[in-house]
Ligand binder design. Structure first.
Ligand code: ISE
Length: 336
């Protein structure tokens, strides 16, 4: 039996998930596309052969002919819609962040704990990216020695008009908060945030530079630059006592022209992380079928941990101070 999926949100990520379900997910079918704009939902539904469209997310989640839900609507709807899916007893793949508020993440965690099982797989897709997985494997097999530092660069071409300096921390950097925590197998103790003195910090997408300290004594630095102009560029290097490992993006070709050789950058994250999204969504399908939470996927607890860092990061930026990150006790449901 095919797993019937409802996609909530038909924007840039909803459309991409609809394409993945339609083209790359044998065993899944696109049942409904739901969006506040009927026209946008219809466009995505027609492009990817969905059975129906809707403008009501809560009714969509409850439909009998929907087995699982994929949430790709605006950030502030992620937690309320995840709660609705849990209430309906349906597994959900929710785009990151789970919430920008750690308290709201806790409500999702409480809902799962009270039902005694996990429903929410969180879309921190980088955990499935082959280059980050190589990084984690190199650390786990001992070839790097103990990890000391992780350097991260996250650059977008141009920040969307609504992007504030705060969103660099609450919307973009959570990818690094999560994947560095995953690779290092560590939690964070403290965060400091800097901005170059030479920039206009009030400008949409102004860059931030963050330094995180882990509970294993490592340093993780993250540059977020959402107005990098030249391309979508994510870099990372993990430095160990015996060596280091650098991420490589998927580069399929090299151009030779006018005495130059060059490679091209993607305009946004979708091509760079296409394989990660595909593998993540495949893992979600297996989760829906078997009820076994995917071993490497992010869950509601990981979403909570990312939100704690984001909150501390915003405070660190506002106060210009190093902020300690509260440690919380993980419920046994999330111990893997
Ligand atoms: C965006 O929301 C994403 O999730 C992308 O993966 C990330 O690269 C970008 O910075 C975010 O704004």
């Amino acid at each position: 039996m095919s797993v019937r999926i409802a996609i909530i949100g038909a924007g840039i990520m909803g459309a991409d998930h609809a394409r993945i379900v339609a083209e790359d997910l044998p065993g899944a079918s696109l049942q409904v596309v739901c969006d506040a704009s009927q026209e946008r939902a219809r466009k995505v539904a027609d492009e990817h052969g969905a059975g129906d469209v809707s403008t009501d997310p809560l009714a969509t989640i409850k439909r009998d002919e929907v087995d699982a839900v994929l949430i790709a609507s605006p950030d502030e709807t992620h937690a309320p819609l995840s709660l609705a899916a849990i209430d309906a007893g349906k597994p959900v793949l929710c785009e990151k962040p789970l919430s920008q508020s750690s308290q709201e993440c806790l409500r999702v965690i409480e809902a799962e704990v009270s039902r005694g099982r996990q429903f929410v797989q969180l879309g921190f897709m980088r955990r499935f990216d082959p280059s980050y997985r190589d990084m984690k494997a190199a650390l786990d097999d001992g070839s790097l020695g103990a990890a000391i530092m992780m350097h991260n660069f996250h650059r977008n071409v141009k920040a969307p008009a609504n992007f504030t300096g705060q969103m660099a921390i609450t919307n973009s950097a959570p990818h690094e908060f999560d994947v560095a925590r995953f690779v290092l197998g560590a939690d964070y103790n403290a965060v400091s945030v800097f901005q170059p003195a030479c920039i206009d910090a009030s400008k949409t997408g102004a860059p931030v530079f963050m330094v995180l300290e882990t509970d294993k004594g490592q340093l993780v630095n993250i540059e977020i630059n959402n107005n990098a102009a030249y391309g979508y560029d994510v870099r990372g290097e993990l430095v160990g006592e015996k060596g280091s490992i650098l991420l490589n993006g998927p580069i399929h070709s090299r151009h030779n022209s006018q005495l130059k050789a060059y490679e091209c950058y993607a305009p946004d994250w979708r091509p760079r992380f296409a394989e990660a999204y595909r593998l993540q969504n495949k893992a979600f399908l297996t989760f829906v079928r078997t009820g076994v939470f995917p071993a490497i996927a992010s869950d509601a607890w990981d979403g909570y941990c990312a939100a704690l860092v984001a909150e501390a990061g915003v405070e660190a930026l506002q106060k210009g101070a190093r902020i300690t990150i509260p440690q919380a006790a993980k419920p046994s449901l999330y111990k893997r």
